[in-house]
Design a protein around this ligand. Sequence first.
Ligand SMILES: Nc1ncnc2c1ncn2[C@@H]1O[C@H](COP(=O)(O)OP(=O)(O)O)[C@@H](O)[C@H]1O
Ligand SMILES: [Mg+2]
Length: 393
Amino acid sequence: MSTEGQTMREGTRIFVTGSCEGLEQLTEALDRHPEIQLVGRSQTVREGASALAGGHLQAVLHATRASELPEDDLASIREYTRAPIILLASGEASLLLDAALEADVADVMLLPQLPENVVFAVRKASHNGRTGHAGAGGRVLTVFSPKGGTGKTVMSTNLATAFAKHGGKKTLLLDLDLQFGDAAIMLGIEPDKTIYDLVVAPGELDPEKLAGYTTRHSSGVDVLPAPVRPEDAELVTEAKLSRLLEVAKESYEMIVVDTSPFFHGPMLATLDRTDELLLLCGLDVPTIKNVRLSLQTLELLSFPTERIRVVLNRANTNVGMKRGEVEAALEQRVRFEIPSDRAVPLAVNRGNPAVVSDPKADFSRAVREMAKSLQPAAPAQAKKRWRGALAKA
Ligand SMILES: Nc1ncnc2c1ncn2[C@@H]1O[C@H](COP(=O)(O)OP(=O)(O)O)[C@@H](O)[C@H]1O
Ligand SMILES: [Mg+2]
């Protein structure tokens, strides 16, 4: 990309919180270090909440003066981010070292340290955090496109349905088109609770509470719809959303997220938890231009390129442009092609996803194939179900 190098700040994205002897000098040195990008610094975990939740961090450095493990601080950090945590301590810390072995921390370093040592620990922790990512709980699949009408909601509702019905996966569909979400309408359900009710409800969120706010579709998908009133969208904060995704990963195998065409706060918090980003493109120049810009933005946000899957929707439309031209313009491979199909608008208006209402349609077959290759290795029973579903069509 041509802007690379001028606008992009490289380096592992870290956040420093807490306090201990020698921390200020170390933080300054890290801030100057070319391999580190210091996203921010706070005295307490709570003060750093929004950066921790939405900062796309690759590591969190938490400093403590205590000689014991700061369990409460670690738990608060985990409310906001899954990034690996490195504990920094000064003074007598033998108790802390023992307890840290059992705790969810990537490393402990006693200050003073050479900044180079800390940089190495940060990079190692971030590397391990990344490779270990997919194994931790359910898989978050985010469907995004910078343009309205590209088919995000059609794709997310049909994919979620395919995961639940044909893949036998416990699936949540989360509608994060917070102002004008229509996932519930496309599924033909009328939920009486939305994500708004969930975030304003008092008390901590846990899997049991989440279950009380979702609505089951006949395919087996649990749906958490967008707020009914557009003005309620702003109450869905980044911190609330981060926690929601954490909990969803505990209770579901697949979490499909429908989005709006913006990189706003909730989207950034979602990207932080996204295992696979389906970036929807079409065969028209304005959409391609905007998808290209989105790829640049994702790069600036340090979103890992290997998690991006470009999906070409309405791929068979004859508009004087081909897949190869899209790939050249985006400098990215198209991973999935989904055909334009009359079955889709018919299914939308009936409020029943095409993969179930019209399983033989070309669109439905393509979506099921895509779902199959996106979900983690299936157990034998699910494989049989897929075979049945694909053979029928
Ligand atoms: N592959 C397709 N074939 C036919 N129609 C499609 C296809 N994908 C999307 N559409 C139509 O485009 C409309 C907009 O899709 P939608 O999913 O609401 O877009 P978005 O959520 O990106 O704004 C839908 O009502 C649907 O009828
Ligand atoms: Mg939509």
